[in-house]
Write a protein that binds this ligand. Structure first.
Ligand code: SF4
Length: 693
């Protein structure tokens, strides 16, 4: 490892999970540079990671607990939170309370939150903003592999001969992984790249072929591919012994009638390329996940890799890239309302028994809890009476955000843990708890290729701020479970998580970090990045090259899928298809990235990409304002006239909130329709009408 001065930690933003080194800059601040030894980035950083030091100022930080808008001491705030949650549970039952947490949390924070809700409160009403990010992938993985397993690694993108990017603007949303792909293609021009995206994004600049697919048509395209794989004799018959359901999946694919919006010659070129290239990686992200049939889209992709046996070998496999820095760690601790810790299944009595015994838990839910959209619907209807929101901003980011904002405002008791009191959600809290942020606490995160990295503290927590795991543990103790939440440091939490993973693995689960169960403080402090599994059974690497799926019979399941379009119809009143997403230099609702002046220079205000033909037809002039209205809400955005979008389709970024641009809240435009399996909202296929403003 390079002997570099400074603290090695991990970037606060996306799921690439880049290592950074933080050191004093000699002028009273800090300098951040890429860690040359971190396997995710090998010294690279993107614009957001490079500007991390600019986000460390304390301006606007929440420095003390607040009750009813007034500063309070911790004891009073914690007693109030524990007391109100306890009273609500006693009066209305455990399902009358809920936690809504975040993929920004560290694994240790996430573990304690999940343990408190599922094992001790006795409800599964803990969901995460990862529901908006990765839930369809989780559901697709589980029904194919038996577990939520990412089979491959980042190196596969470099070793492949064909990389297909589906619904992924990798260049802006996972920039360092994109840089790795650019470098691989420069070194080996024979590497082909295909992008599948309705928009011509920055990522398309690298593509040999861009398929500007119709919104929501991914299942139709991958069913065409699966049918062609079968018709051309490209099924891997040797690998097929590891599979169930292939005949049904192929029959469904052959019966596919859904359109793709693509010229037949482009489809033919894609089929030839994919089938004719053994080393193919299909990368997928939010364009696949954020859909009312996202789980089926994931299955359609997995089916093609399973049928050809192109999985778990160097340069081959389906590969989901996660949005958030610790979406994967959250999935590992069971931070979604339909999962248990260590990839145990909530519906499985044996798994519930294992967890209950391990935790000495007084209660364990027997059914999944509420998923994000339905959770806030239950808040609106008064079924959830006490809500704790940790490190996320649902009043701005959930679909139908105005209704969610109103639901939170009307909830009996709302606790918000955050760094700032000014977010759209924090403004609605009865109790505000000051959380320690990036650089102020210790823990671990897991990136998109299962690599666990340390986040390390290099600053004291300001004022009275505390790490989330410590706040949650205090509340657990005050609710009557002092032994279960007697954590004094994050390493104690990771050790417990690791020990539990060993028990889970012994029952055939994939997630196994049992070697970390004996970590002492010094070893935790020195922990270098490592890819799970980390155990005596096996370490790192890929999954499924030789089968070995985590299903009862060890075989993967190929699920027959049928394409269907977006759930929200366009019509004469709402004729435009609205796509939403990220921009290169901002993160989520800009609570951190909005503090770095240089990041505001790229795209500084909310905007709407609109095709020139539509702009002329509607009298919308470049850089003038546009009123955008959906069935749910309204926003005012700056017109960015461009042929990157197709006629009839528009794109708006999701970052701006009431805090930064009250009229630019794009979440207010998104319909609260979800995938029936994953519960993930359809954030990329809304219906809107446009008017010059
Ligand atoms: Fe951070 Fe992601 Fe950029 Fe890496 S690619 S520096 S993890 S935002």
């Amino acid at each position: 490892m390079t002997d570099a001065p400074g603290i090695r930690t991990t970037c606060a933003y996306c799921g690439v999970g880049c290592g950074v080194i933080v050191a004093p800059d000699g002028a009273g601040g800090f300098a951040v540079r890429g860690d040359p030894d971190h396997p995710a980035n090998r010294g690279r950083l993107c614009s957001k990671g490079a500007a991390l030091a600019e986000t460390l100022g304390l301006e606007g930080r929440l420095l003390a607990p607040r009750i009813g808008g007034r500063d309070a001491v911790w004891d009073a705030a914690l007693d109030l939170v524990a007391g109100r949650f306890g009273e609500t549970i006693a009066e209305h039952g455990p399902d009358a309370v809920a936690f809504y947490v975040s993929g920004q949390l560290l694994t240790e924070d996430y573990y304690v939150a999940n343990k408190l809700m599922k094992g001790f409160i006795g409800s599964a009403n803990i969901d995460s903003n990862s529901r908006l990010c990765m839930a369809s992938t989780v559901a697709g993985h589980r029904r194919a592999f038996g577990t939520d397993t990412v089979p491959g690694t980042y190196e596969d993108l470099e070793e492949a001969d064909l990389v297909v990017l589906v619904g992924s603007n990798l260049a802006w949303c996972h920039p360092v992984l994109y840089q790795r792909l650019v470098a691989a293609k420069a070194a080996r021009p024979a590497l082909r790249v295909v992008t599948i995206d309705p928009r011509r994004t920055a990522t398309c600049e690298l593509a040999d072929l861009h398929l500007a697919i119709a919104p929501g048509a991914d299942v139709a395209l991958f069913n065409r591919l699966l049918a062609a794989i079968a018709d051309r004799g490209a099924v891997d018959e040797a690998y097929a012994v590891h599979l169930e359901g292939m005949d049904g999946a192929i029959a469904a694919a052959r019966a596919e009638t859904g359109g793709t919006g693509l010229p037949e010659r482009d489809i033919a070129a894609f089929l030839d390329l994919w089938i004719g290239t053994e080393k193919v990686v299909t990368v997928f992200s939010q364009g696949v996940n954020q859909s009312s049939n996202g789980t089926d889209k994931v299955s359609a992709i997995l089916n093609c890799h399973l049928a050809t046996g192109r999985i778990g070998r160097p340069g081959m496999g389906p590969f989901s890239v996660t949005g958030q820095p610790n979406a994967m760690g959250g999935r590992e601790v069971g931070g979604l309302s339909n999962m248990l810790a260590c990839h145990l299944e909530i519906e499985n009595p044996d798994h519930r028994h294992l967890l209950r015994t391990f935790w000495h838990a007084p209660a364990m839910p027997e059914k999944p809890g509420l998923k994000a959209v339905e959770m806030f619907r239950a808040v609106a209807h008064g079924r959830i009476k006490a809500l704790w929101i940790i490190g996320t901003n649902p009043a701005a980011t959930l679909p139908d955000a105005d209704a969610v904002r109103d639901a939170i405002a009307g909830c009996d008791f709302v606790v918000v843990s955050d760094l700032f009191a000014t977010t759209d959600t924090a403004r609605l809290a009865d109790v505000l708890l000051p959380a320690a942020g990036w650089g102020e606490k210790d823990g671990t995160v897991t990136n998109s290729d299962r690599t666990i990295s340390r986040q390390r503290r290099f600053l004291p927590a300001p004022g009275l701020a505390r790490p989330d795991w410590a706040i949650l543990s205090e509340v657990g103790r005050r609710m009557g479970w002092p032994d279960a939440f007697d954590f004094a440091s994050p390493v104690e939490i990771l050790r417990e998580h690791a020990a539990l993973s060993g028990h889970a693995a012994a029952r055939g689960r994939d997630f196994d970090i049992s070697d970390l169960a004996a970590l002492d403080e010094a070893a935790y402090d020195a922990l270098a990045p490592l890819r799970w599994p980390v155990s005596a059974r096996r370490t790192g690497g890929r999954f499924f090259a030789d089968g070995g799926f985590f299903t009862p019979n060890g075989k993967a399941w190929m699920v027959p899928v049928v394409s269907r379009g977006p759930a929200t119809a366009t019509d004469d009143r709402y004729p435009f298809r609205l796509n939403t997403g990220r921009i290169r230099d901002q993160w989520h609702t800009m609570t951190r990235s909005g503090r770095a002046p240089r990041l505001g220079r790229h795209l500084g205000e909310p905007f709407l990409e609109i095709h020139p033909l539509d702009a002329v037809r509607l009298g919308i002039r470049p850089a003038h304002l546009v009123e955008v209205e959906s069935r749910e809400g309204r926003a005012i955005l700056r017109a960015l006239v461009t042929d990157r979008v197709r006629p009839g389709e528009v794109f708006a970024p999701m970052h701006w909130t009431a805090e930064h641009a009250p009229a630019g809240r794009v979440g207010a435009l998104v319909a609260p329709v979800t995938d029936p399996i994953s519960g993930q909202p359809e954030s990329k296929a809304g219906a809107v009408v446009l008017r010059p403003y």
